[in-house]
Ligand binder design. Structure first.
Ligand code: GLU
Length: 448
């Protein structure tokens, strides 16, 4: 009872203090509610000051980002870096450029990242950064000027042993290269501050593919473990058409699965025959080279286009949301349950709402949270860092083998903590495993 009262008190105050930060409150509430039974059994963690230290970022930097557009006008955006928790290693986490970026979104992402990173067992803390800058309809030169200004205004707070950023929505290897280049130029130091660089700039093999490939690897592991089945020949719904979605589709094709949807914020393409490599290459080209939309892709191939709709009403075996936060709510979940979805795997961060997760769990639908499923990206980031700091270059096989080893280990740890009556609650398992890691470090380092 003590832990229940303590947590209720903590969450009520937390909600009051974060009324203007709904995404952050949502992630904190989901996290702590899921580990309540564990807190109940472990008096060591029943300490409100511990919960406060775990939910208050160590530092938040906010800065102005000025850049000159192609017509010569000065444009102004806001940039942030949320350095969430460094108790087990340097802050590590991506940079997101998207119009929806604000402090609530970045605090939720920094909080999630802290525990996702801890689950990998690597000595890395968690952070997140970004700007409310949209790359839509921007020229290559405008993006370059923006990236350079972003670093000019934040380089002081980043460093190879202090805070190591990577990409996220709107930030791929070209943006990372521009930022890493600017960092090197200003500091006159070539150490690895950024991960997610291109191979030209000493990035790692497979870093670009890692998040998407990792999600499918994890889906295969879970299907094997629970149903003794493979993803081969399964019908898959994927949302998004950015880096994670594209590489998840690619891996599905390689493994013989049929991906029948992809999407962006304007709508969904439905292709009942499924993606093949030619179609996927064209989608990559439209997105990357033409900065284009899914509608253009669907028109080129004469496919069904659902304007302003997500993929979740289409019947399939597997759903893998790879777009953004809160893209599956309880209404979507009910339809998916009716359509007999077998497994839901989070490719993006917090794409499924708490109510929707509860529904999936009530109906015994296998649900794998992003902390386990989408950690391939940050894992290969660490492998990139290891290669850079030891002046070595690994081949694809070695990177893939190492990534799979780490993911399998996180998966097993989540089973260990999440097994209940012959079922596995992966949300609970991943959250407890990572909580223990971060909380023990915070406790052992004292009140700092
Ligand atoms: N943005 C990615 C994530 O959400 C990658 C972070 C990184 O590589 O540091 O995990």
């Amino acid at each position: 009872m003590k832990s229940f009262a303590l947590l209720t008190k903590f969450l009520n105050t937390f909600e009051l203090n974060h009324k203007d930060q709904p995404e952050f409150f949502q992630s904190v509430q989901e996290f702590f509610s899921s580990i309540l039974p564990f807190l109940y059994d472990h008096s060591k963690y029943q300490d409100i000051s511990l919960l406060k230290r775990l939910t208050e970022p160590e530092r938040i930097i906010q800065f102005r980002v000025c850049w000159i557009d192609d017509s010569g006008k000065t444009q102004i955006n806001t940039g942030w870096r949320v350095q969430f928790n460094s108790s087990i290693g340097p802050f590590k986490g991506g940079i997101r450029f998207h119009e929806s970026v604000n402090i609530s979104v970045l605090k939720f992402l920094g909080f999630e990242q802290t525990f996702k990173n801890a689950l990998t067992n690597f000595p890395i803390g968690g952070g997140k950064g970004g700007s409310n800058f949209s790359i839509k309809k921007k020229s290559k030169v405008e993006i370059e000027r923006f990236c350079q200004s972003f670093i000019l205004n934040s380089y002081k707070y980043l460093g190879a042993n202090t805070d190591i950023p990577a990409g996220d929505i709107g930030v791929g290897y070209s943006e990372i290269d521009l930022m890493a280049g600017m960092m090197r130029k200003i500091c006159g130091d070539s150490s690895c501050v950024f991960t997610g660089k291109s191979l030209f700039s000493s990035g790692s093999q497979l870093r670009e593919e890692s998040t998407g490939y990792g999600v499918i690897y994890l889906t295969e592991l879970a299907l094997n473990y629970h149903h003794n089945e493979s993803i081969n020949k399964k019908k898959v719904l994927i949302s998004g058409s950015g880096n994670v979605a594209i590489h998840a589709i690619e891996k599905c094709i390689q493994m013989g699965a049929r991906v029948i949807t992809a999407s962006d914020s304007d709508g969904t393409v439905v292709d009942l025959e499924g993606f093949n490599i030619e179609k996927l290459n064209r989608l990559k080209f439209i997105k990357k080279e033409l900065n284009g939309r899914i509608q253009q892709y669907s028109e080129e191939f004469g496919l069904i286009y659902l304007k302003d709709k997500s993929p979740w009403s289409i019947s399939a075996d597997i759903a893998i949301p790879c777009a953004t936060q809160n893209e599956i709510n309880e209404v979507d979940a009910e339809i998916m349950i009716k359509n007999n979805i077998k497994i839901v795997v989070e490719g993006s961060n917090m794409p499924v709402t708490k109510k929707a997760i509860q529904l999936f769990q009530n109906y015994d639908i296998l649900f794998i949270p992003g902390k386990i499923a989408n950690s391939g990206g940050v894992i290969v980031s660490v492998l990139e860092k290891i290669q850079n700091s030891t002046y070595s270059v690994w081949n694809k096989n070695k990177v893939e083998k190492e990534m799979k080893k780490v993911m399998k280990n996180s998966y097993r740890t989540s089973i260990k903590y999440g097994e209940e009556k012959k079922k596995v609650n992966y949300v609970r398992g991943a959250n407890i495993a990572s909580f223990v890691k971060v909380a023990d470090a915070v406790i052992s380092q004292g009140s700092i």
